[in-house]
Design a protein around this ligand. Structure first.
Ligand code: GLU
Length: 432
């Protein structure tokens, strides 16, 4: 089983979407299922509705899964397992106050060494723990040996017991910490491979130590994906618009193009333009670059245009908000200068919107408009053009500029003779 484990705490980041795509691809390749686990244990950071939004995004991208699990529903298992660990002396109750711990953290900082829990409560005599009314947390005893994580991208990573430390698995309010809930849930879902962002590398040995302490012997493999940097080479944060999947969709990038782009970066695919399902055929998680990848909006735009080109006119017309093959064909012509659906919608919108004609062309435009309004239907652009030239007596720039403005709402753009076959049925509406 593979799993995608988003937290419903904000807009879905493209890094998360990349993780979801890779999980989906590898699940297909391994003929295993994919579960979506909504990690909703941090009640204060949860944002209402984000879970639904995440599931909608998965749907839009064609990422199919078997089941959705809300982590908070597993609390009863987390408590049971914590009790089991306490009973087997793999974990202990810790009564250290937050103030004491803070002091020792500050001391470590001053002495320029990493903070480690000092073990104060690890071997408290039973009489001091039973009936102790003070608030306490539960800590897992640090392992006695190094923990090895086999990472399909980074290779073997070894962690010492001190690096893992005796960390907290249950908070004072008896809710599980992220590492505990995640480590246990991966076991409960029989996960074989965890694919996630590299910001979680240091969590992996903790989660492995939890399972080992619980007596779980199946080894879970890992693949930690390098982070995505923005165009300035800094970690892509919420402040970067392009980090939000929602923003990208609103900007008019196609899901197929976004998926193509996110699978392409840091990878060496056999061709540059492909679909998600095609990627299942050749994708190799072990070949993903170890180095951070840099986000490149121009490249994404290029890929988006290629995906737009691959659509047939009917489909494209639906994407720009119509259901008309002519409009789809107009959109195809505008692909020379537009790269996103938003840009295409603007171009097509300005054909049908009321036109703002600059003063210089106001008079000839009025003449042309009147002539078109009473003209018969012409099949070809030449016939149409000749008719208007003859009826208005306009020539050259005084004819073509206002005609273009009237037909497209813009001074520049594709050849009118290319557009005319698809405009001819709407021509009176366009110049209204
Ligand atoms: N919920 C974590 C996050 O969104 C992911 C945890 C995981 O994949 O293990 O960063």
């Amino acid at each position: 089983m593979l799993r995608f484990a988003p937290s419903p705490t904000g807009d879905m980041h493209i890094g998360n979407l990349r993780v979801a795509l890779f999980n989906y691809i590898v699940a297909q390749q391994k003929h295993e299922g994919l579960v979506v686990r909504i990690e909703d244990t941090d009640k204060e950071r949860n944002i209402k509705g984000k879970d639904k939004e995440i599931l909608e995004i998965l749907e839009i991208f064609g990422i199919k899964y078997q089941e959705v699990i809300y982590q908070s529903k597993n609390f009863k298992f987390h408590s049971m397992m914590a009790l089991d660990l306490l009973h087997n002396k793999k974990a202990f109750n810790c009564f250290c106050s937050p103030q004491t711990l803070e002091l020792s953290r500050e001391k470590a900082k001053k002495e320029k060494r990493p903070y480690r829990y000092d073990g104060a409560c690890e071997n408290l005599p039973a009489e001091l723990t039973i009936d102790n009314q003070n608030p306490f947390v539960v800590r897992l005893k640090k392992p006695l040996h190094n923990v090895i994580i086999n990472d399909l991208i980074k290779g073997k990573i070894e962690f010492t017991p001190d690096e893992i430390d005796s960390f907290i698995i249950m908070r004072q309010d008896k809710t599980p910490t992220y590492n505990f809930a995640c480590g246990v849930d991966d076991m409960l879902s029989d996960v074989s491979l965890v694919i996630r962002g590299e910001d979680h590398v240091s969590n992996s040995p903790k989660q492995a130590a939890i399972r080992e302490a619980l007596g779980y012997t199946k080894e879970i493999q890992y693949a930690h994906l390098p982070i995505i940097l923005n165009e300035l080479g800094k970690k892509m944060s919420k402040r970067d618009n392009a980090s939000s999947v929602k923003w990208m969709l609103e900007e008019g990038f196609l899901p197929s193009a976004i998926a193509n782009y996110l699978i392409l970066i840091g990878n060496a695919p056999p061709q540059e333009i492909f679909t998600l399902e095609e990627a299942v055929g050749w994708f190799d998680i072990t070949k993903i670059s170890k180095a951070p990848v840099r986000f490149d909006l121009d490249k994404l735009k290029f890929i988006n245009r290629e995906h737009l080109k691959l659509m047939d006119s009917k489909e494209l017309s639906r994407y720009v908000g119509f259901a008309d093959e002519d409009i789809g064909n107009i959109a195809k012509i505008y692909l020379d200068e537009a790269q996103t659906l938003k840009e295409l919608r603007d171009k097509i919108g300005s054909i049908f919107d009321e036109k703002v004609i600059p003063d210089d062309f106001f008079k000839p435009a009025a003449l042309i408009r009147e002539s078109i309004k009473i003209a018969p239907h012409f099949e070809t652009f030449d016939e149409f053009k000749n008719h208007i030239v003859n009826s208005t007596g306009l020539r050259g720039k005084n004819f073509f500029k206002p005609l273009r403005l009237l037909l497209t709402g813009s001074e520049h753009g594709p050849e009118l003779s290319d557009l005319y076959p698809y405009l001819k049925n709407y021509i009176k509406e366009i110049v209204k």
